[in-house]
Structures are given as structure tokens and as C-alpha cells.
Design a protein around this ligand. Structure first.
Ligand code: NAG
Ligand code: NAG
Ligand code: NAG
Ligand code: NAG
Length: 419
């Protein structure tokens, strides 16, 4: 196992964890606070802070306001996933046994096993990929260079005893299938890529792994990231043999980047790939006519196909996934899925003291984010339930959380109550 030197460690912690964890903690915190109690501020503010905790509570000026909420004991309409999400409820699905039961795999990287990390933007993927290259007991271990300051990522090689790559990971192989390649791109590309490598003569078993995240938090995190200048315009959006054209997916911005974009501009751009990003990146887009403008299906039909495909893939084609919000439990599930593979460090969401941005949005804006990400919300509710049921099946206890979703049976009726 590689233990980074002290200096590199410090930078690693600062860059990777600060970006991810602080934003994550703060937004989760704000999110639930906002959802359960309403928000003071009209519009939004983006602020800088040098620490989280009590100061933040004061900065936000949290106020308890009454608002409408769903009374699940009522006998009205049937609760759907979006309403459940808004009220911090989780509808329990009936899964087939085969989808709940995690069949452990004895990972043999020297033979056929290959791990493919699908990295959805702003889901904790950078940290996850770093842990996979730096903090596991895998033999032979990955070899990583020291992190160079203005070069914010690890550069590693992860090779088996025959010198063959065994993991598609940004830090190791780079983006071999395009920047933040999605399921459609990866499944189309990995085999070809491996075959093009020298030294590659083996049967390969691909194991897809990924993280997902609360869709509203993720969307806002992406907005803040784009605000800071990220574009991902190198994404290929490859599907059915070609990249999406500019006519199909126009850029939302004219000049090089979208730095400084306001929330309104960000959410107003109809071709913004941040909308329902998780669903799109986990689906087989070929089934919903890719990005084609001349599809004979309606948008609604394409959306439903995409969502069903993303759910099926997550359930059946991924050996492992975890919501970022449950990463501690996810790490255990990972280790029980890939036998003989364990992490030497825990991923957690703790207190970090680094300057970063966070957002305070009004309830109106939260609602807009929900409306624009309905597919991701439905996917996330489904996936979270599947994940929690898998944990239960594997006897992995769930750590108590302040804002645990309440689990309710499918078909539950509700009524809206205004306090
Ligand atoms: C792969 O081979 C190396 C060298 O023989 C060995 O040390 C390592 O334990 C093997 N890894 C696995 C997962 O079998
Ligand atoms: C966003 O769209 C809304 C509704 O179409 C419009 O009222 C608003 O002016 C737009 N805002 C920006 C910044 O484009
Ligand atoms: C995606 O869908 C297309 C069209 O049905 C199919 O040919 C292809 O095998 C699918 N890809 C995966 C990875 O399931
Ligand atoms: C849609 O356009 C693509 C090219 O973008 C073309 O190959 C295909 O035949 C068209 N399909 C229909 C139904 O017109």
C-alpha cells in the first residue's frame, strides 16, 4: 500500500476533501434545513467561509417558518417519488431477491477482473477515485507520483502482475473513453481501449462501480463548480457511433467558460447537461434515441425510457454503487462485494476548515431545481431504497443521521397539511 508523504498528504486532504466534503456537508446541512424549515433569503447568495459549524448557522440566519408538508397518515392521493423526496420520505420498493443479494466477487486483478469507475460530476467521484488508487490493500499496489501543487490530481499507474491495467480510473488511465464518460460511452469503448493496449491478451470481466448523490445538492454543486469556471465542454456525448452535434446539444455559454454564471442563467439554459445528469449518465442512451433531434418518440417517452434504463443498469449492470450521503456504509458494502479488496482509510464527511463557496437558495429556487431534475429525483429515490435494502441484507448497520428519510410503503396515500 502506498502511504503518501506528509506534505503530499496535507495537499491531498486540502484539495480533494476540502472541495468535496466541505461543500457537501454545508449543502446537505443547508438543504435539509431549507427543506424542513423554509428559508429566510429571497434569491440566493454565494458566500465564502473559512469554516463550518456554528458560524454557518449564524451566517445563514436560520428561521423556523411554517410551510406545507405531507401527512402520510392521510387518505388522499398516492404518494409518488417526487412528493416523497420533497417530504424526506422514501417509498419502499419490492425488489427481486436476485437484485438485493450481493454476490461477492473474488477480485483477481492478475486474471480477468477489471474495475470501471463511472464518475458522475459532483458526486464525490474524485475522492472515491483517489481512495481506489491510494488507500487500498490491492497487490500489486498502484504507484502514484506526489501531487504537484497546481496540478490537482494524482497520477498513478495501477497494473497487475503482468503489467496490464486493471482499473479504468481517471487518476490511473485518464479519461480513456472521454471526459466523465457515461455508461453509453464506457460500454461502447472499454473493450476497444483494452484491446488496443500492448500486453493485453486475456478474457476480461468488467465491474462497473459508481457513486450517486442527492440530485438537488448535486445540481447546486455543479452550478457552483461551473461558476468557478469548470465547463466539461470536452465531453463527447458519444452515442450510436458518433458524438452529439452542436445543433443537438448547444453550449449554454458563448465565451470559453461560464464562470460567474448566476443561478437564473444556469437553470434557464434548456440544453444544460446538469439537468438529470445522473439518469442520463447511467442509462443506455441508445434506447432513447441518443441526442437525435429527429426522434419519433415524444420527450416524455424518451425520458421514461432513459429513467427505466438508468434504474435497470444501476441495479443489474453495476457491481457496486453508493449514495455519497452513505459513503461510510458504501465503503463496507464495497468491501463485501469485492472480496479481498479493502480500504485502508475511511471516507467520511467531517469538519474541514478550508475556504470554499456555498449557496443559500430561496425555497422558490429549490423548487425550480426539483422541477428540472425530476428524473434524477425518481432515480435517486429508487437507488437509495435499493442501497438501503442491500445494506440490510448484508447486515451492514446504517449509522443514525440527523435527517434520516422516513421509509413508507409503496401505494401510501397522503394529504397535504398546511400549518
Ligand atoms: C497478483 O500477483 C502478484 C505477484 O505475483 C501477487 O503478489 C498478488 O497477490 C496477486 N494479486 C492477486 C489479487 O491475486
Ligand atoms: C429565466 O427565465 C425566466 C422565465 O422564462 C425569465 O423570467 C427570467 O428573466 C430568465 N432569467 C434569466 C437570467 O435569463
Ligand atoms: C444499448 O442499447 C442498444 C440498443 O438496444 C443495444 O444494442 C446495446 O447492446 C445496449 N448496450 C448495453 C451496454 O446494454
Ligand atoms: C435522423 O437523423 C439521422 C442523422 O442525424 C439519420 O441518420 C436518421 O436516418 C434520421 N432518422 C429519421 C427517422 O429520419
Amino acid at each position: 500500500m502506498i502511504e503518501p508523504a506528509g506534505e503530499a498528504m496535507a495537499k491531498l486532504k486540502f484539495i480533494v476533501l476540502a472541495e468535496l466534503a466541505l461543500l457537501f456537508c454545508v449543502l446537505v446541512f443547508l438543504f435539509y434545513r431549507t427543506r424542513s424549515q423554509g428559508t429566510l433569503l429571497e434569491g440566493y447568495e454565494v458566500r465564502s467561509t473559512t469554516g463550518v459549524g456554528d458560524n454557518l448557522w449564524k451566517a445563514v440566519g436560520v428561521n423556523v417558518e411554517s410551510r406545507r408538508y405531507i401527512d402520510v397518515s392521510g387518505g388522499g392521493e398516492i404518494l409518488d417519488d417526487v412528493q416523497a423526496y420533497r417530504s424526506n420520505l422514501l417509498i419502499r420498493n419490492q425488489f427481486d431477491d436476485v437484485d438485493l443479494k450481493v454476490e461477492p466477487i473474488k477480485l483477481n486483478i492478475n486474471k480477468s477482473d477489471v474495475m470501471v469507475v463511472l464518475h458522475i460530476q459532483k458526486t464525490g467521484g474524485t475522492t472515491f477515485e483517489t481512495y481506489l488508487v491510494r488507500h487500498t490493500n490491492v497487490k500489486p499496489p498502484c504507484h502514484c507520483t506526489k501531487m504537484v501543487s497546481n496540478y490537482k490530481r494524482d497520477v498513478c499507474t495501477c497494473l497487475n502482475d503482468k503489467g496490464q491495467d486493471w482499473m479504468i480510473n481517471r487518476h490511473a488511465t485518464g479519461w480513456v473513453c472521454g471526459v466523465h464518460a457515461d455508461f453509453t460511452e464506457l460500454t461502447d469503448c472499454v473493450d476497444t481501449w483494452f484491446n488496443s493496449q500492448d500486453n493485453e491478451h486475456r478474457e476480461r470481466r468488467y465491474h462497473y462501480v459508481t457513486l450517486i448523490r442527492d440530485p438537488v445538492i448535486r445540481f447546486i454543486s455543479e452550478w457552483l463548480h461551473v461558476r468557478r469556471g469548470a465547463t466539461w465542454k470536452e465531453c463527447r456525448l458519444h452515442c450510436d457511433g458518433r458524438d452529439a452535434s452542436l445543433a443537438e446539444v448547444p453550449f449554454c455559454f458563448d465565451h470559453g467558460t461560464w464562470a460567474g454564471v448566476s443561478f437564473e442563467e444556469f437553470i434557464n439554459c434548456s440544453s444544460n447537461m446538469a439537468f438529470n445528469r445522473q439518469t442520463r449518465m447511467l442509462a443506455n442512451l441508445s434506447l432513447s434515441d441518443c441526442y437525435r433531434l429527429n426522434s419519433t418518440k415524444t420527450q416524455k417517452e424518451r425520458d421514461e425510457i432513459m429513467l427505466q434504463s438508468a434504474k435497470q443498469n444501476l441495479m443489474k449492470s453495476f457491481k457496486f454503487f453508493s449514495p455519497l450521503e452513505y459513503i461510510e456504509e458504501g465503503q463496507l458494502l464495497f468491501e463485501q462485494t469485492f472480496l479481498g479488496f479493502s480500504f485502508t482509510r475511511k471516507m467520511t464527511c467531517k469538519k474541514y476548515s478550508a475556504a470554499t463557496n456555498y449557496a443559500v437558495l430561496s425555497e422558490k429556487h429549490w423548487d425550480l431545481v426539483v422541477e428540472r431534475n425530476l428524473l434524477d429525483i425518481r432515480l435517486y429515490q429508487f437507488a437509495k431504497d435499493l442501497f438501503l435494502q442491500r445494506l440490510a441484507r448484508m447486515n451492514i448497520p446504517v449509522q443514525p443521521r440527523n435527517h434520516e428519510s422516513k421509509i413508507v410503503p409503496a401505494g401510501l396515500k397522503y394529504s397535504v397539511v398546511t400549518l
